[in-house]
Design a binder for this molecule. Structure first.
Ligand code: GLU
Length: 496
């Protein structure tokens, strides 16, 4: 690539940061980083009515979380700013004015009522929708008169009515649109705000954008943009329309398919590096098989040549699997550090804060293999933190045992446990295995009863390691309590 790569991510702050939109940002970012170019963030906030409070922060927060830094844009500035379109209105107004003066655009005075009637009539006559060019021929004199009378007006583009507009998209190849099918679209609204089409091309030109990587849904806007480029004498960038993102049922990825905001993925405990890896594979591939790709390898290998034409499917099971792989590859210290905020958030309020890092680090290896998202950790480990356990008493009576046997098993274990000189895996092993035999129980029965006594659950991480992490004192007091619970149970409680 001879020309310097300058790409932009141009979100409209009209809602939460959709993962599809973040995928677009990622492809731009990877492309910029691969070519040592510039990644620019431009906030397209000219649709005042649809602007949502907090959306800019959520979008930028999503980028930061994923580690996608920007060279120009909000917070960092740059030579081509401002990077909020609402601060660039004069530039769009000047371009619109230039187009009017050249005869490529015209003032339109149609009232909303007239436009509504026009639309209704088009529907009745089964005509294609679009502006009927009512004001296209208004003379300069009449314009002046209307201006004096204070009529509200917009500026529309004078779209050529014959021939075709053709361009080569990097992914789609040659694309052709019939000019006659494109109506005289609005460039500048009556309040002086530009439409997306005008603002986007003026900025892409002024910010010297070399490649426009954006979602396929914008392909149909591109002929309008090309007409504007031509009329304004701007140099064309390379267009790259990225494949659509679909849900598992092959319909456009939306809330119906579950979480679609990048913030939700962060909240659920996906790791940013797993998320980046996953998003990168939505429409791009390294080869035919590699799934786990580090950030560095993504940057080193990203190329438009391997962006696919076919739609990408957002497969949640794959994301969960991938997150699990990344989680298992973390050191226990690193995983602990990342899990702590989730525990702080999700453990019951009675658990003392701040949560001890040292203690969590002991617990983490017990569950690291099993978790797919960090938000699962609290539910799997809360018994490590809570004081008194809350469980169904009959859980203590595991398969083929009865109240008496369970009680005896716990009492003998308690006795031996108290006398145990060291509280480690080996001592527990050498004490508890022969004990099962002595009590004429299967190890599963003894361990099962003990597991419920110390964790309150029938399913928990490996027993000895769990007991060690809990500590001898806590195990003893929980076993004591389990014995008391058994004593309070009605006589006939047996398990089949
Ligand atoms: N503001 C548009 C959006 O929200 C940008 C489209 C483009 O990249 O041209 O996606």
């Amino acid at each position: 690539m001879t020309e310097k790569v300058r790409v932009r991510y141009a979100p409209s702050p009209t809602g939460f940061p959709h993962v599809g939109n973040i995928r677009t940002a990622l492809f731009n970012w990877l492309f910029a980083r691969h070519h040592k170019g510039s990644f620019i963030v431009r906030i397209e906030n000219t649709d005042v009515a649809r602007t949502v409070e907090g959306a800019v922060e959520a979008i930028l927060g999503g980028l930061r979380w994923l580690g996608m830094d920007w060279d120009e844009g909000p917070d960092v500035g740059g030579d081509y700013g401002p990077y909020f379109q609402s601060e660039r209105l004069k530039l769009y107004q000047a371009a619109a004015k230039q187009l009017v003066e050249q005869g490529d655009a015209y003032y339109c005075y149609c009232t909303p009522e007239r436009l509504d009637e026009m639309r209704a009539e088009q529907i009745r006559l089964k005509q294609p929708p679009g502006y009927d060019r009512h004001c296209r021929q208004i003379s300069a004199t009449n314009n002046v008169l209307k201006l004096i009378s204070g009529s509200r007006r917009v500026i529309r583009f004078r779209t050529p009515m014959e021939k075709q507009t053709t361009f080569t998209d990097y992914i789609r190849g040659e694309v052709t649109f019939e000019n006659a099918k494109i109506d005289d679209f609005i460039l500048l609204k009556s309040g002086g705000y530009p439409t997306y089409h005008l603002a986007s091309i003026v900025d892409d030109h002024l910010m010297q954008i070399s490649h426009i990587l954006r979602a396929e849904e914008w392909l149909s806007s591109t002929p309008r943009h090309l007409m504007l480029y031509k009329a304004l004498g701007y140099k064309l960038p390379q267009f790259v329309h990225l494949p659509m993102l679909l849900g598992a049922d092959r319909s456009k990825l939306s809330k119906r398919h579950g979480a679609v905001s990048i913030t939700e993925y962060q909240t659920q405990g996906y790791l940013p590096e797993a998320m980046m890896n996953f998003l990168a594979l939505l429409g791009w591939s390294l080869d035919d098989k590699t799934e786990i790709i580090s950030r560095k390898d993504l940057i080193d290998n990203f190329s438009l040549k391997r962006v696919s034409q076919t739609a990408a499917i957002f497969n949640r099971e794959k994301l969960d699997w991938m997150n699990g792989v990344y989680i298992r590859n973390l050191s226990s210290g690193d995983l602990t550090r990342r899990v702590i905020p989730f525990l702080e958030r999700e453990l019951p309020p009675e658990v003392k804060r701040p949560i001890s890092v040292e203690y969590v680090e002991k617990i983490i290896p017990l569950i690291q293999e099993r978790i797919k998202k960090l938000e699962e950790v609290a539910g799997l480990t809360d018994f490590f933190f809570t004081g008194e356990l809350d469980y169904q008493p009959d859980l203590l009576i595991v398969k083929k045992m009865n109240r008496e046997l369970a009680g005896k098993a716990l009492e003998t274990s308690l006795l031996k446990l108290r006398r145990l000189p060291a509280f480690d895996e080996e001592s527990l092993e050498t004490m508890l295995r022969p004990l099962a035999e002595e009590l004429e129980l299967k190890t599963g029965q003894l361990f099962g009863t003990l597991r419920v006594a110390v964790t309150g659950r029938a399913v928990a991480p490996p027993l000895f390691q769990t007991m060690i992490a809990l500590g001898k004192e806590r195990c003893i007091s929980r076993i004591k309590r389990a014995i008391a619970i058994l004593k309070e149970m009605p006589e006939e409680t047996d398990s089949e």
